[in-house]
Design a protein around this ligand. Structure first.
Ligand code: PMP
Length: 355
C-alpha cells in the first residue's frame, strides 16, 4: 500500500471495519446481531409497499415520524431527530460535539461502534472499565471527566454484557457531570427491560435535562433492523447540530412508513418483546445452572464471560449451527432468538462451561 498515492488519515486506515455478525445458512440460527427473530408484521410490510413514489426523494427530516414520536414523548417536533439507525445519530452527535483534542467517554466493554465514532470525529476514546457485574461504574465515569470531555455515552442495557443503569445512579451521575458536556443515553434495548428502577429515557426527557440526548431505535424491539430507523430526543439545538453533520436524506420513505406502521401496531410488537424477555430470563437461568456466571441480562441477549476462551467457546456454538458473537479475550454474546434455538444453546453452553 505504500506506493498508493491517495492519502488516507492514518487513524482511519488503522480502524477495523465495522464487524457484522455472520449471516446464517438455512440450518443455522443467527444469534449474533441482536436482531428480532419474528417476521415483520403484515401491516408493516404493506405500509412499505404502499410508500409509493420511490422515484421521488423523501422529505429529508421525516416530519410525520418526528411529529408522532414528539407526541409520545411530550416534546416539540424539533426535539426529535431521526436517522438511518441510531448508530448514525451517535456518529452525528460525536461530530457535532467533539474534534481533535477532545474526549468521548464511555464504559468498556460496550457497543463496538463507540471507539470508532470517536476516532472518526478526530477525538480520543476515553474508557472506564465495566464494574465486576458487567455494568457501568458511573462514579468512576464521573471521576474520569476532564476539561476535554465533550460527550459521554451511557449504554443501558449495556451491549454486550446486559445490565442496566438504575435511574437513581443515572440521576446522581448527571448531577456530577458539567452542564456543557453532552450525555447520550443509548437505550437501543430499552423495550426489553423488565428490571424495576432501571433508567428510563422517557422519564429523563420529562425531567428536562438540556445536556442529555436519549437515543432509541426501531431495529430491535420493533424488528426493523433491515430498514434502518433510529431516533434521538433532546434539546433542539443539539439535534439541529447533529442533523447538520449528517448525510442529507438518510431515512427512506419506506423506512419512515414502516416505523409509523410499527407504532400503529405497537401493542402486538410489545407482546413479542415480552415473549423475548421471558425467553431471555429462562435462557439466562439455565446458563447459570450450567455453570456460567451470566450477568443480569436486560436486553435481547445474554453474555457468557468466557475470557480467554471466547473464540473457542464461539467455535463450539458455530459447530452446532449457532452463530454467536465472540469478543476475543472477553466473552461471547448470544442473542435471544427463536424458541427452537434455546435447548441447543444451553446444550452447547453446558458442554463448554467453566469447570
Ligand atoms: N446502540 C447500541 C447499544 C446497539 O447495540 C446498536 C445496534 N447493535 C445500536 C445503538 C445501533 O442500532 P441501529 O443503528 O440499528 O439503530
Amino acid at each position: 500500500m505504500t506506493d498508493f498515492p491517495v492519502r488516507i488519515r492514518p487513524e482511519i486506515a488503522a480502524l477495523p471495519a465495522y464487524k457484522q455478525g455472520r449471516q446464517a445458512g438455512a440450518e443455522a440460527f443467527k444469534l449474533s446481531s441482536n436482531e428480532n427473530p419474528f417476521d415483520p408484521l403484515p401491516g408493516v410490510v404493506e405500509a412499505v409497499s404502499a410508500a409509493g413514489a420511490f422515484n421521488r426523494y423523501p422529505d429529508a427530516s421525516s416530519p410525520r415520524l418526528r411529529a408522532r414520536l414528539a407526541e409520545r414523548y411530550g416534546v416539540a417536533d424539533d426535539a426529535v431527530h431521526v436517522a438511518a439507525g441510531s448508530v448514525s445519530i451517535l456518529y452525528q452527535l460525536a461530530q457535532a460535539t467533539s474534534g481533535p483534542g477532545d474526549e468521548i467517554l464511555f464504559s468498556w466493554r460496550s457497543f463496538e461502534a463507540y471507539p470508532g465514532l470517536a476516532t472518526v470525529a478526530g477525538a480520543r476514546a476515553a474508557t472506564v472499565p465495566n464494574d465486576a457485574a458487567g455494568g457501568h461504574d458511573l462514579d468512576a465515569m464521573a471521576d474520569a471527566v476532564t476539561d476535554r470531555t465533550r460527550m459521554i455515552i451511557v449504554c443501558s442495557p449495556n451491549n454486550p454484557t446486559g445490565p442496566v443503569v438504575t435511574q437513581d445512579a443515572f440521576d446522581a451521575f448527571l448531577a456530577r457531570v458539567p452542564g456543557d458536556v453532552l450525555v447520550v443515553l443509548d437505550e437501543a434495548y430499552a423495550e426489553f427491560v423488565t428490571q424495576p428502577g432501571a433508567v428510563d429515557g422517557r422519564r429523563v426527557v420529562a425531567t428536562g435535562h438540556p445536556n442529555v440526548v436519549v437515543l432509541r431505535t426501531f431495529s430491535k424491539a420493533y424488528g426493523l433492523a433491515g430498514l434502518r430507523v433510529g431516533y434521538a430526543v433532546g434539546d433542539p439545538r443539539i439535534l439541529s447540530a447533529a442533523r447538520t453533520t449528517g448525510i442529507p436524506l438518510s431515512v427512506t420513505a419506506a423506512a419512515e412508513e414502516a416505523a409509523l406502521a410499527s407504532l400503529d401496531a405497537e401493542d402486538e410488537l410489545l407482546e413479542r418483546v415480552g415473549v423475548i424477555a421471558q425467553r431471555r430470563d429462562r435462557l439466562a437461568a439455565r446458563l447459570r445452572e450450567a455453570g456460567w456466571d451470566v450477568p443480569e441480562a436486560q436486553g435481547n441477549f445474554v453474555w457468557l464471560p468466557a475470557g480467554d476462551r471466547a473464540l473457542e467457546v464461539a467455535a463450539a456454538f458455530e459447530a452446532q449451527d449457532l452463530i454467536v458473537r465472540p469478543f476475543a479475550g472477553d466473552g461471547v454474546r448470544i442473542t435471544v432468538g427463536e424458541e427452537e434455538s434455546l435447548d441447543r444453546v444451553v446444550d452447547v453452553a453446558a458442554s463448554v462451561a467453566p469447570r
